[in-house]
Design a protein. Structure first.
Length: 443
């Protein structure tokens, strides 16, 4: 009975919220149909009078008129430099909460945003309809149309998200969205994803990040395919929803099928899948992170492959709204000519190398070359030719997986004193270099 009453109350509460939202939207649409400004920060060149009506700002209305008059013959960046040299800024005001806003210099992006706003021609656009505004315009409709033609000729339309299917998904480690750069025009070359130039990052310290688009897109697709065929990691992601049944067990077996479908998709289909599956993708100096929606992952595993896979219109519950983070180690960021292998210069006071450890490294390198030269033979056959057991042969081959700085320390004699061949050959050998350092005592 308690749950029944609670559900009834929650249903009515949700009904009241949606009803209030509908009324607010209807009120806003009615004001816009009458040509009235519906609130918010007034556009540049206008101020809000009593009653919420827009009136001209005498200090900045002439600047807007000058922008529309001179833009067809003068580039926007030159206009921005002239306005800044004259000390022109946005209007400074104080919000109801007491915060000071405005007073910022006029940049090229500000001018371009002003020039494409139809409110300066005396119109309000509501759901594709142009409505005559109830305030004084700052330019004519003919002048506004001329400016749009010039602006479109100088600045082509936004990049096609199908051709650049990570637009809106890829971010840098600072959280800035990455836009596409290059790959079009007469001198079309490589495409790059580049961080947005946000206002808070203009401190001279936080630099923008740029990655090669083709390599990043290939890494995203390959990492997703590898994740779908990795049953252990796939099971962890699906079971994070707290469900397990015969249906879930069947979905886990569909990972290989889903990976094959992803491999054969074109860019349009990949764009739809990534928009549904990835909540976010982030790139930093060492890896690419994919934030995978577990709810959409179960939908992808159960998808029959017919049509276009798109994000579900049904919002998952709070319990089902889980995210699995997929790590793909890679050095993608351009402009960082750093040595990728973690090897430090040999210290001046190097220790005395232990000959048995150095000999183990040399023997592992020789066995690796021997195995690559005889790829048609099995491990057992190769070990028999070298007169050793298959287990010893395999363990020596595994020494080649040691981190480069660990191998350099063994050659220099700076390894921990208690490190022996037994620890390397008989102990566990994780593929992660940081785990190797901690396990073998390199700190």
């Amino acid at each position: 009975m308690g749950r029944l009453v609670l559900n009834i109350l929650l249903t009515f509460a949700q009904f009241e919220r949606e009803l209030a939202g509908d009324r607010a939207r209807d009120k806003k649409a009615a004001l816009m149909r009458r040509g009235l400004y519906v609130g918010g920060t007034p556009p540049f060149g206008y101020t809000l009078a009593k009653g919420g009506r827009l009136v001209l700002d005498p200090e900045r209305a002439d600047l807007v008129r000058e922008m529309f008059d001179r833009f067809p013959s003068v580039p926007a960046n030159q206009l921005a430099r002239e306005f800044r040299s004259r000390g022109c800024t946005t209007r400074r005001f104080v919000t109801k909460s007491g915060r000071a806003r405005g007073g910022w210099p006029i940049h090229t992006s500000s001018i371009l945003n002003i020039l494409k706003n139809p409110i300066y021609a005396g119109y309000i656009v509501h759901r594709g309809d142009w409505i005559k505004a109830d305030f004084e315009p700052l330019t004519s409709r003919a002048q506004w149309d001329l400016v749009q033609k010039v602006r479109q000729s100088r600045f082509p339309a936004k990049r096609d998200p199908v051709g650049n299917f990570l637009l809106g998904i890829l971010h840098d480690e600072q959280g800035r969205r990455m836009k596409i750069n290059g790959g079009s025009g007469r001198a079309s070359g490589d495409r790059y994803y580049r961080s947005e130039y946000t206002s808070w990052s203009r401190d001279g310290i936080t630099r923008r990040v740029m990655v090669n688009a083709d390599r990043t897109e290939q890494l995203v697709v390959s990492a997703l395919q590898a994740f779908l065929v990795n049953r252990v990691e796939l099971k962890d992601a699906v079971l994070s929803l707290g469900l397990y049944s015969d249906e879930i067990r069947r979905l886990l077996r569909m990972g290989h099928t889903a990976a094959k479908r992803v491999k054969t998709m074109d860019r349009r289909q990949l764009r739809a899948v990534l928009l549904a599956l990835l909540c976010r993708a982030e790139v930093n100096t060492a890896e690419l992170r994919l934030y995978i929606s577990c709810y959409e992952l179960t939908r992808l595993l159960g998808w029959d492959g017919v049509g276009l896979f798109e994000k579900s219109v049904v919002k998952p519950t709070r319990a089902a709204d889980r995210v699995h983070v997929l790590h793909a180690p890679a050095f993608l960021i351009c402009g960082h000519p750093r040595f990728a292998l973690p090897i430090d210069p040999c210290p001046a006071q190097a220790g005395v190398p232990k000959p048995w450890l150095v000999e183990m490294l040399q023997q592992a390198s020789e066995l690796r070359s021997f195995m690559l030269a005889n790829r048609s033979k099995s491990i057992s056959e190769l070990a028999r030719e070298k007169r050793m057991g298959p287990s010893t042969f395999a363990r020596l081959l595994r020494v080649n997986y040691l981190a480069p700085d660990i191998q350099a320390a063994i050659v220099d004699g700076t390894q921990p004193d208690d490190l022996t061949c037994w620890h390397i050959l008989k102990g566990p050998m994780p593929l992660d270099w940081e785990q190797q350092r901690r396990l073998l005592g390199f700190g």
